[in-house]
Design a protein around this ligand. Structure first.
Ligand code: B12
Length: 218
């Protein structure tokens, strides 16, 4: 019950958005021993609600930026805790990940990167706004197993598809498995272009594990 109140406090603080209050609430949750992934869940719920308000024009970009700042500082606090989680160690495997061209929404990708690393994968994090060809170059350079694309922007979706098209054009189809996630991506879209889909960071780990273990292409 106490945990539930603390998590609700985090959610409300980021939704407001009040970065100082969010960080205080996160610190309190950590002190009370609330599981880091539950805290991430509360932060995600709060910022998603803020995004919904933005969409309905009930708040504006400066508020969205404040919410993102609150999320950013909170994740910096939580990252070491998440890294201590020591989830099941996955098989050796390398993932190249970025937010695709045009998209700078780092927060979700950052969580996916942390969770993949915790699960034992080598992750080459290329950051945000990365051109499709550069992702492929990096995957070749580090002999990756998986190319993971994140995008929250509908306008960046064509660049996500471009990864698959360029792999084909460069004679590399089947060399790397491609997975995608982020709010703009749907399972149907991934099915259509031939990529794997993951709804959240836990699903991303599961997907990567299945693809590397199972050897099932895309
Ligand atoms: C925070 C935020 C911002 C911040 C980003 C700060 C940062 N450094 O990341 C700021 C304020 C900068 C911003 C800017 C903009 N934003 Co914005 N933003 C958001 C918001 C509110 C939250 C995103 C977030 O962090 N969510 C929390 C994280 C944890 O969730 P997540 O990113 O979805 O990630 C999870 C999963 O999707 C999944 N996942 C993510 N990546 C991957 C990858 C793989 C491979 C897998 C398997 C899984 C996976 O796992 C993650 C963890 O569980 C969303 C609203 C929303 N509902 O998403 C809008 C939203 C994404 N933004 C939107 C818009 C329009 C913009 C702007 C164009 C606004 C403007 N007018 O300038 C700009 C564009 C900037 C750009 N070029 O990218 C729209 C996009 C609409 C669309 N469909 O295209 C949204 C949906 C808001 C809305 N409802 O209108 N934004």
């Amino acid at each position: 019950m106490v945990d539930k109140d603390i998590l609700q406090h985090i959610c409300t603080a980021i939704e407001t958005p009040d970065p100082d209050e969010t960080v205080k609430a996160v610190e309190k949750a950590v002190d009370f021993g609330v599981a880091p992934l539950e805290i991430v869940g509360a932060l995600t719920d709060g910022i998603t609600t803020l995004g919904d308000k933005f969409e309905r024009m009930e708040c504006f970009l400066p508020e969205l930026i404040l919410g993102a700042d609150a999320m950013d500082v909170s994740m910096k606090l939580l990252k070491p805790k998440m890294e201590e989680l020591n989830l099941e160690t996955g098989p050796a495997g390398t993932v190249v990940i970025s937010n695709i061209q045009g998209d700078i929404h780092d927060i979700g990708r950052d969580i996916v990167v942390t969770m993949l690393r915790v699960a034992g994968y080598q992750v080459e994090d290329m950051g945000h706004d990365v051109k499709p060809n550069l992702m492929i170059d990096k995957a070749l350079e580090c002999d990756a197993d998986i190319i993971a694309v994140s995008t929250l922007l509908t306008t960046s979706l064509p660049f996500a598809r471009e990864v698959l098209r360029l792999l084909d054009a460069r004679g590399l189809s089947g060399k790397f498995k491609v997975v995608m996630g982020g709010g703009a991506v749907t399972p149907e879209y991934c099915e259509e272009i031939g990529a794997g889909y993951g709804d959240n960071a836990a699903a991303a780990v599961k997907l990567v594990k299945e693809l590397i273990d199972g050897g099932d292409s895309k």
